[in-house]
Design a protein around this ligand. Structure first.
Ligand code: AMP
Length: 497
């Protein structure tokens, strides 16, 4: 007997159901409109990439890479015919040797052993028979041909990879791209923190690192937040220097942290060696007074970085952008240089960052591309929407316009025809597939949140008219088909549906 069981969404993932999904679509659509008004264009990226792309760009000792990635080996095996002839064995043996030589089989120690064992077994089949054949088959099966793949934990690395792969550096001006979609990190789920979460992000890549680009990206971000009603936000900015000045500051920080090591918690103690900047991220109350006394990067920037940061602040003033400087904003990922920023929003508790971003001038080069400057951000869609919902200022989204309440078999063809015409006009229409009693029909229209009920009885069909009832105030009018279409069309334009 098959066991009856209910399936549930995996921990840390969730379904976005209507009516919330309409809010999500509106949020993403507004992002598209705002970003496109700044010259950004959509890029659709794969959900999974080679693991080493993320390991290399995000940094091996970040939490994301060390603990949170969903990594798997791609399944791929040599096809083995059944029954297997000696010709097949020779063919596979040669194909494996060739693939190994040209690096198409991942060069792991385990694969190397299997390649040797497989070849040896193939040579012995003639002499030893079945045991050698079984050994051969075993090795074929054990060869791990697939690459190590990872569900993307963020999208900047993929954008940089695509930029290089498609030679986008030859395009005129800055390459400005935006994306939207799910990301995956194995974090401890809580309010505003999921294992599959969504980001809307934008990246500007090119030859210039002018602070005006940074400021324009921030302006675009804040214009978007204003458009979606995310108003109680705070923008924090910082500069974390470049590959000239940052290492010196990190060394100084490490020295100072060693002096106070005994007063720090175990995580911070470990980070003194692995990644001292991350100590500045600490939220532990006992560590705060100690951290406050540590040297600040703003006093250790090289002349170029200092000037870049000062100009960025001028540019922000020019655009009327209000911000706070936060010297502790170092961000979790390795690839950032100079400008870093974060936006927090109200109503989210401890997970209150709705956007993070910054400059990553060395990333494209690190991934084997030409020297390229880059800046971008990622907005956490889940959290941004949560904050909009908590704020209570939700947009009026169109929803169901018309419920067609038809009665009597003779009115059904007219109901089908008018429903199609209204839908062609862009209206959302519900047409019951079976006849319903009048009262029940209007009750359902109400429950579904329809703005109008279009009542069609057999008399109406005979006289060629329709009765339109506005459900909010029960106002009712009799209209010809043309008048009805005209009236609802103007209503649609008015409601933005
Ligand atoms: P990051 O890519 O870490 O800079 O994150 C950018 C933004 O994505 C954050 O400010 C959050 O709003 C959002 N975010 C990051 N991780 C998660 C998560 N696990 N669940 C929900 N949102 C997240």
């Amino acid at each position: 007997m098959t066991e009856k069981r209910q399936f549930r969404a995996i921990k840390g993932t969730r379904d976005i159901l209507p009516p919330d999904s309409a809010l999500w679509n509106w949020f993403e659509q507004t992002a598209r409109e705002v970003f496109e008004s700044y010259g950004f264009r959509d890029i659709r990226l794969p959900i999974f990439e080679e693991t080493s792309l993320f390991a290399r760009s995000i940094g091996a000792d970040t939490d994301v890479v060390a603990k949170e990635m969903y990594t798997f080996e791609d399944r791929e095996q040599f096809r083995v015919a059944h029954p297997l002839t000696m010709v097949d064995v020779i063919r596979i043996d040669e194909a494996v040797a060739e693939a190994w030589q040209h690096g198409r089989i991942p060069r792991t120690l385990a694969n190397e052993t299997e390649v040797l064992r497989l070849h040896e077994a193939s040579q012995n089949i003639d002499r030893e028979g079945t045991p050698a054949l079984l050994c051969f088959l075993d090795s074929v099966r054990n060869l791990a041909l697939g690459d190590s793949l990872t569900l993307r934990p963020e999208a900047t690395a993929s954008v940089a990879r695509a930029y290089i792969e498609h030679g986008m550096h030859t395009q005129p001006g800055n390459v400005k791209l935006y994306y939207s979609g799910p990301m995956f990190r194995r974090e401890r789920p809580q309010k505003g923190r999921y294992r599959q979460f969504y980001q809307v992000g934008a990246e500007a890549l090119g030859q210039s690192d002018a602070p005006g680009i940074d400021a324009e990206v921030l302006e675009m971000l804040l214009v978007f937040f204003k458009r979606v009603g995310l108003t109680q936000t705070t923008l924090y900015v910082n500069s974390i220097g470049c590959k000239e000045c940052r290492p010196k500051y990190v060394e100084l920080l490490r020295e100072e942290l060693r002096k106070v090591k005994d007063r720090l918690g175990p995580d911070s103690q470990r980070r003194i060696d692995t990644n001292p900047l991350r100590v500045l991220d600490s939220k532990l109350p006992d560590e705060q007074p100690i951290i406050e006394k540590l040297p600040r990067i703003s006093n250790h920037l090289c002349a170029d970085c200092g000037e870049h940061f000062a100009k960025l602040k001028d540019e922000l003033h020019l655009r009327g952008i209000v911000y706070e400087e936060n010297w502790r904003l170092v961000r979790g990922l390795d690839y950032y240089t100079r400008t870093t920023f974060e936006v927090t929003a109200a109503g989210l508790g401890s997970q209150n960052a709705v956007c993070g971003g910054g400059r990553y001038d060395g990333l494209v080069e690190l991934l084997g591309g030409p020297p390229t400057k880059g800046i971008g951000f990622a907005i956490g869609t889940d959290r941004a929407i949560l904050s909009i919902q908590e704020g209570g200022k939700l947009p009026q989204l169109p929803g169901l316009a018309v419920f067609v309440a038809w009665m009597g078999a003779k009115s059904y063809p007219a109901a089908v025809a008018i429903a199609r015409k209204l839908r062609e006009c862009g209206l959302a229409v519900e047409l019951p597939p079976e006849e319903m009693k009048f009262k029940k029909s209007l009750g359902l229209a109400d429950k579904l949140g329809a703005r109008y009920a279009l009542i069609i009885g057999e008399d109406d069909v005979a006289s060629g008219t329709f009765t339109l009832k506005r459900l909010a105030d029960a106002e009712q009018k009799k209209l010809s088909e043309n008048d009805l279409l005209e009236y609802l069309e103007s209503e649609r334009r008015g409601s933005g549906a």
